[in-house]
Design a protein around this ligand. Sequence first.
Ligand code: CO
Length: 298
Amino acid sequence: MADVDLESEQYEKNREAGEILAEVRDEAAEMVEVGVAHLEVAEWAEERIRELGGEPAFPVNISVDHEAAHATPAPDDEETFGEEMINLDIGVHVDGWLADTAVTVDLSGNNELAAASAEALDAAIETVEAGVDTSEIGAAVEEVIEGYGYKPVVNLTGHGLGHWEQHTEPNIPNRAISQGTTLEAGQVVAIEPFATTGTGKVHEGSDEQIFALERQRSVRNRQARQALDQITEEFKTLPFAARWLDVPRVEMTLRRLKQQDVVHGYPVLQEQEGELVSQKEHTVIVTEDGCEVTTRSR
Ligand code: CO
């Protein structure tokens, strides 16, 4: 990718998405306190993103304690925060150009675990420049987290961000691997170390509130058709929450769309019950001699 123009419109939109996102992440993190409802924080953040001129790139993820990813409030959710470890993972797009960020708010008294993923992210970002092997980034993450006496979650990775695509190549591992890939100037990538007291491998739980379009096909049921119209118009292939659909009987409609392979779900990914997971994530644009962090606090 020689001579990428980092001043082009696409990168300006990546930056705009990052700027909106940094503000919303920091404000949302401030709202997380014992007794506050998950749904209140998620809906506030998603609305604030729109007010600032972006669109949510995926539903606000609120992962608690052993949960690592893909948890978002259900339409009628009444859960509130307790003395827990909370990970907020939020995405914004501007015309399909994305930014992705996450932060841990620790209400559980395990600051060290939150510090481990935060410091791992700083170390990872230090290594990024055109020509770096992704294995080197993973090694930096692993070294910091193990230095704290925890494990990185190895089956979750950072990722490239494409146009209307939230997960593209390259994967950014959270440990040293034997076969990495080389980063190039102009790539937009999300780096997201997870640190855990558990095994370092997450598995699928039973809860599922996030979905995405799998393939277009005609559906006969009226609600299903209505939902599919909304999905293709508003979300395209980006993930959406059950609570975002303006159709009656949302759960039944989603079940129907899943059965017909029109949408797929993202089950919550979690460690063993009783363990904790922290996460920190930034989006960066790779440059010749480093990177530009689009989601840094202003
Ligand atoms: Co991400």
